[in-house]
Design a protein around this ligand. Structure first.
Ligand SMILES: Nc1ncnc2c1ncn2[C@@H]1O[C@H](COP(=O)(O)OP(=O)(O)OP(=O)(O)O)[C@@H](O)[C@H]1O
Length: 243
């Protein structure tokens, strides 16, 4: 069964500018996808539409082969979970944050899994009684990801989740997401401006530019960009990254 798909999806902004038009793609297995595009070309908007946090102008989004209209938005977001660049800690302690899913859904808290994920995130020595608001940005982001993973999502929609982190936290986040859940591995969609990260973490790339959408293997995308726009994009990224 498909995990997440969109078909003939379009988004036109209130002022009339079309971000993308009639684009389609599907994730059928727990793979890792990089979503790349020049700045302002609609990456976050697409990610938010996939999490039902924004609405499309046309087309449909499907989770487990069922259109979004047939889902309760809360049930959808439990399975297709959006993670922002700067995660918000809920009031209370680290433990309170980790208990969020079990509290909301009245399910037992899986302490062993939480401990395992915290360890995988490089946070095994963290005091769970600590006020979450006092954590560093990198710690907050990792706790937020563990919090999301405890809900056992089918797909994580990652909106530049490491962009404001130092190298150490960035590595910890990548490691956590790429090694998580051997028995219930989520698919990952990474919006990133970091081309090295895209190459490291993804096996497939979705590229958007000027309303057009291309999907291909990540290795191929970087070796032989599929369109002129993709080639220009990569050249610009390389020149911005410096020698
Ligand atoms: N609800 C909205 N109303 C008006 N404009 C919007 C709305 N949502 C997004 N936009 C505009 O759409 C464009 C695309 O935004 P989006 O954040 O999706 O792009 P992006 O590719 O993620 O950009 P970046 O790489 O800079 O983060 C931007 O110009 C943004 O201002």
């Amino acid at each position: 069964m498909g995990i997440l798909a969109f078909a003939n999806l379009s988004k036109t902004l209130p002022g009339g500018r079309t971000l993308f038009s009639s684009i389609s793609a599907a994730i059928d297995e727990p793979e890792s996808v990089a979503l790349l595009a020049p700045s302002g070309h609609g990456k976050s908007t697409l990610l938010r539409i996939l999490a039902l946090l924004d609405t499309a102008s046309g087309g449909e989004v499907l989770l487990e082969s069922k259109a979004s209209s047939g889902w309760h938005p809360q049930a959808w977001r439990k399975k297709a979970s959006y993670v922002a660049q700067q995660s918000v800690m809920l009031p209370g302690t680290v433990a309170d944050n980790l208990h969020t899913f079990s509290r909301l859904h009245e399910t037992p808290f899986d302490e062993a899994e939480a401990t395992r994920l915290m360890k995988a995130a490089g946070l095994s020595s963290m005091d769970w009684a600590k006020e979450a608001e006092t954590l560093s940005g990198g710690e907050k982001q990792r706790v937020a990801l563990v919090r999301s993973l405890l809900a056992k999502p089918s797909v994580l929609l990652l909106d530049e989740v490491t962009a404001s982190l130092d190298e150490h936290s960035k590595e910890a986040v990548e490691k956590l997401l790429l090694t998580v859940g051997s028995e219930a591995k989520p698919a990952l969609v990474w919006v990133t401006h970091d081309m090295e990260q895209a190459r490291r973490v993804s096996t497939r790339t979705w590229f958007m530019a000027d309303g057009a959408f291309t999907a291909c293997e990540t290795a191929l995308f970087f070796r032989r960009p599929p369109t002129e726009a993709a080639e220009r994009f990569l050249q610009r990224q390389a020149s911005e990254a410096g020698p």
